[in-house]
Design a protein around this ligand. Structure first.
Ligand code: C5P
Length: 219
């Protein structure tokens, strides 16, 4: 299978030396890329700036902004059979980025923001038979928000993650998640390594893709 995975944060420039970003180590997305590659699948990893080496057998495309990530994913959408969006894409960005460094003394009292592109939403209408997986990182019970995002972003699976729990979320090597399939029962996973979570996600995606191609062969 051809699998497109995104990971890490995006950076939205204020000026050449400052940016708005999201907390994200990239570990979860890199583990997903590694899990598919280890099973012999072809993986392209579109990554924001993180301090991780590309996993063995994975081809990596490095980006900075949400616009660049959207362009990199969009260009490879036809190629892929599955898209796993683990990236913590910035939701907002400065409306204007200054061309030169803003002087400390000229501090803006407010930053004017605009919405960054929502990559999953932008690509939803080109989804076709591809498997789309998203993540919902929330503080507190992630399931209500995750259900909404699953529906609104037309996903097949969303990985719901309470990032305020110990051992879960940012920078940790472990994660405690619930897999929420569209039209299926939630799968509550115990606290486990991010690689373990990645293996479960890869298994789910490969099962779903195999089921879809078997159904297509019958018709
Ligand atoms: O930011 P949010 O909680 O809506 O993210 C949920 C999912 O949507 C994640 O899979 C994330 O990668 C994706 N996303 C996106 N474009 C954005 C923001 C988030 O594709 N601008």
């Amino acid at each position: 299978m051809h699998v497109l995975v995104t990971a890490g944060p995006t950076r939205e420039p204020i000026d050449p030396v400052r940016f708005i970003s999201n907390r994200s180590s990239g570990k979860m997305g890199y583990a997903v890329a590694a899990a598919f590659a280890a099973r012999g699948h072809e993986v392209v990893l579109v990554s924001g700036p993180v301090a991780l080496a590309a996993p063995a057998g994975v081809s990596r495309v490095q980006v900075q902004t949400a616009d660049e990530m959207l362009a990199a994913v969009s260009a490879r959408l036809e190629w892929c059979g599955a898209l796993v969006m683990a990236a913590a894409v910035a939701d907002w960005r400065p409306r204007r980025a200054a061309a030169a460094k803003l002087k400390k003394a000229a501090m803006p009292v407010a930053l004017e923001l605009e919405a960054a592109p929502d990559i999953l939403r932008a690509l939803a209408e080109r989804k076709g038979g591809r498997v789309f997986v998203g993540f919902a990182a929330e503080t507190g019970d992630p399931l209500p928000e995750a259900r909404r995002k699953l529906r609104e972003k037309k996903l097949d699976l969303i990985v719901a993650n309470d990032v305020s729990r110990a051992g879960s979320g940012f920078e940790a090597d472990t994660n405690k998640v619930t897999l929420l399939p569209a039209g299926g029962a939630p799968i509550d996973l115990p606290l486990m390594s991010k690689r373990g979570v990645a293996e479960r996600i890869a298994e789910w995606v490969l099962d779903r893709a195999a089921g879809a191609s078997a159904a297509a062969a019958e018709t």
